[in-house]
Design a protein around this ligand. Structure first.
Ligand SMILES: *Cc1c(COP(=O)(O)O)cnc(C)c1O
Length: 401
């Protein structure tokens, strides 16, 4: 029996059954490659679901963690934490934001945003203004509040009653938002590009029109940048493509390029609605994770990694477009930067399994959309290697092998 199988059997016995896992036992990673416990190497176009944006074990992140681990691991938010302060400064310097609340995940960042928009609106308009408009096929996390915000039956089914106060509109349709706004509406929360919902890029001008609506109606605009933020779409934050700024932005996944940290970035005017005692997190912005976040942010903003990722993103879409031209079951290639989706007319699950066998990690979201979110350091050569594997799998499918 391989080492892998022994671990898989042990995992199946005692780890929660919440994930349908592929038969890969992760051992180590370097750059764009993940190695399993038996030594097999995989080209990683999933990057821990858009987390390892700097590749596996980026030396700057590893060094920051090692140094910080030997100095101070954890310290309560009852005290001031230099690494957290530095990370907040970096995030504000490079965004619209003035203040940052730190937490540990995307769902928690969104929870903070949901609490903030309600609290601000209560303070300003009274308790009858609490409704939040979100998009169909959105994804905002797995807590009760965030599955309530996420209007997807497959995610919320079985966990009712959900939190009241959400209205759902089709993504990309400004008229639908106009029609949904009522006297109780306090905020609109959107992903600038939908991730789990199938890599959906909104029509040009949509986010700007939403911003204008929010200004007219005094609504807060929240962008969930948990997946699209930190360089994924070729700019540090996805909203920067659209010449709009939100009032609140949530971050997590790639914020420390591996370690778990989340953040809610807000304008001063709104952040003031959460004075001492109104919200908190024991681990939020702890020294170890914030140190990793500072190291990651410096790599994102100081080098040419973002500019390069734009070029490699174009190359990736071009190469996937060539596969589309060749195979009838590929219906569309879309995305922005290195966040790319390939829509199929067939289910993608089987392709993901075949890719794994051939040493390629991708996943399938929304049933029929193959998702490509490699580390931003992916090279054209590695893209060629990936496309070659996909081409082999596709040609087998085409001929029905
Ligand atoms: C992954 C994701 C979340 C949830 O993040 P967790 O860290 O898993 O809680 C929220 N919003 C978006 C857009 C995401 O992609």
């Amino acid at each position: 029996m391989s080492h892998s199988q022994a671990w898989i059997d042990r995992g199946l016995a005692h780890v929660a059954t919440t994930y349908g896992r592929y038969p890969l036992v992760a051992a180590s990673g370097e750059g764009c490659w993940l190695t399993d416990i038996d030594g097999k190497k995989y080209l990683d176009f999933l990057a821990g679901v858009a987390v390892n944006n700097l590749g596996h074990c980026h030396p700057k992140i590893v060094e920051a963690i090692q140094d910080q681990a030997a100095t101070l691991l954890h310290c309560s938010n009852f005290y001031h934490i230099p690494q957290q302060i530095e990370l907040a400064e970096l995030l504000c310097q490079h965004s619209f934001g003035d203040r940052v609340f730190f937490c540990n995940s995307g769902a928690e960042a969104n929870e903070a945003a949901l609490k903030l928009v309600r609290k601000y609106s209560l303070d300003k308009f009274g308790d009858d203004r609490y409704e939040i408009i979100t998009a169909e096929n959105s994804f905002h996390g797995r807590t009760i509040a965030t599955i309530s915000a996420t209007n997807q039956e497959k995610i919320s089914s079985g966990f009712g009653p959900l939190l009241p106060g959400f209205k759902y509109v089709p993504f990309g349709n400004i008229d639908a938002i106009k029609a949904a706004i009522g006297p109780k509406t306090c905020a609109i929360m959107l992903e600038p590009v939908q991730g789990e919902g199938g890599i959906n890029v909104p029509p040009a001008g949509y986010l700007k029109a939403v911003r204008e609506l929010c200004d007219q109606k005094e609504l807060l605009l929240v962008f969930d940048e948990v997946q699209v933020g930190l360089g994924r779409t070729g700019t540090l934050f996805a909203y920067q493509h659209d010449d709009v700024e939100p009032d609140i932005m949530t971050l997590a996944k790639a914020l420390a390029a591996g370690p778990p940290i989340g953040a809610m970035v807000a304008r001063e005017k709104y952040a003031a609605a959460l004075p001492p005692g109104t919200h908190g997190s024991t681990f939020g912005g702890n020294p170890l994770l914030a140190a990793a976040g500072v190291a990651a942010m410096k790599v994102f903003v100081e080098g040419d990694i973002l500019a390069k990722s734009v070029t490699t993103g174009d190359y990736l879409r071009e190469k996937l477009g060539e596969l589309q031209a060749k195979y009838t079951f590929v219906t569309q290639v879309r995305g922005r930067g290195l966040m790319v989706g390939m829509e199929l007319s067939i289910e993608g699950a089987e392709i993901v399994k075949k890719a794994l066998d051939r040493g390629l990690l991708i996943n399938c979201t929304a049933g029929k959309v193959l998702r490509f979110v490699p580390p931003l350091i992916i090279t054209p050569h590695e893209i060629d290697q990936m496309v070659k594997i996909l081409n082999t799998i596709f040609s087998e499918l085409q001929t029905g092998e």
